[in-house]
Design a protein around this ligand. Sequence first.
Ligand code: 9WN
Length: 455
Amino acid sequence: MSAPPDGGAVDGPGGDAERLRRVAVATLEANWEHDHTVPSRTLYPHQWSWDSAFMAIGWAHLRPEYAWRELESLFRAQWADGRVPHIVFNPRLPVGAYFPGPEFWASERAEAAPTTATSGLVQPPVHALAAWLAYRRAPSDPARAALRRLYPRLVAQQRYLATRRDVGGAGLACVVHPWESGLDNSPAWDAPMAAVAADEAVMRAYRRHDTAHAPAAHRPTDLDYARYVTIVASYRDGGYRDAELARRHPFLVECPLFNAAAGAAEHALAAIAPLVDADPGPHRDRAARITEALVRRLYDPATGTFHPRDLRAGRLVPARTVLGLAPLILPDLPASQVTAVVAEACSARFSVARRMSRPLPSYDRTAPDFEPLRYWRGPSWMNINWLVRRGLLGHGRADLATGLGRSMAELVATAGCHEYFHPDTGAGLGSPAFGWTAALLLDLLADERAPAPAI
Ligand code: 9WN
């Protein structure tokens, strides 16, 4: 698909948008698995937490009932303490379908875990936003009934993060593993990960599944994996309990994307509350507190962007990654931070513009260690672009959101529903039939036809 010369919508008279929509629909349908959507049949054949939220946003355009089945199946695996696990394992799959599998996580040994095998980590809490967007896209009595069932679970998810995970005591949740951020090997984690003592030899005891399906040069390294399993083992061996994390856990970071998602969740819950006879007031208060804490703890006026805070080292991580742009999704982000972060997005580091040839990379493209092929260290991803586009729209930058949206649609039109993309050439990387790429493309195409209001 070539860019419309007049800057018009992607669904021009050529019918490209319809072709694109069909590709997305076919991908999503092919990844549906009895009550959820797999991110990828090969690389990630189980249910992932934030993927499911993005899938629900896509299903709302196609089969709204699947959006609710998707979210409800995920929340059936919610732990008694409120955590929503980042992987829910499909018991029908053979051992070895994914590493680390259920035998490594051993969730059955943890007090708060459900009977279904899950991981013990979480992922960015984008689910309340997804539930709200799915409802708004296709309101109905069954949708409202599903919202009513989900609401207390969404509230419990937020409570878990706001209490047990507020290790820094300053009103932000911390992630205890890079997998919790969703941006596993982002350069944002290099400094805190370097402090995790791990021996690459640990990996001799395991077989990585990912490198059988994707080139090793596009994936995290063996040393990354050695640290990933070491951090999980430490958490798991303490029963995945969060008490005393500050004293004993090797990786503790306040992430701007994770906390922006938590803030957006409170805004979404405030919108949902009146539909389920609940009080929106507490959600509005919590949303305001999260935004205030994000600005106070994670914004650096010297760089004009947000950075993760490494709680063990007691400092902000200097890397300028796309995580720093995520607070744009907060409708109440103060104007001075909006201006600064939009400037960061439009800088040579991320190149957002009214007319842009490629979507945002995941990392500062001017950094010497920018790696255009390696996973979250450079490639472009649809979910992050989708979030930033929402943020731009919400802050009155429809001009930039249009440029970004168009570059996203063109990328998928050329390369297909890949997992991630080379940020310069646009070549498709990772899994070729990736769930959230398809789901969020459907949302983007619908939004281009009839823009939805912010939250
Ligand atoms: C570990 C499923 C998940 C995404 C993450 C992405 C990747 C897993 C992996 O795949 O992580 O959770 O095996 O690399 O980084 O964001 O949710 O699509």
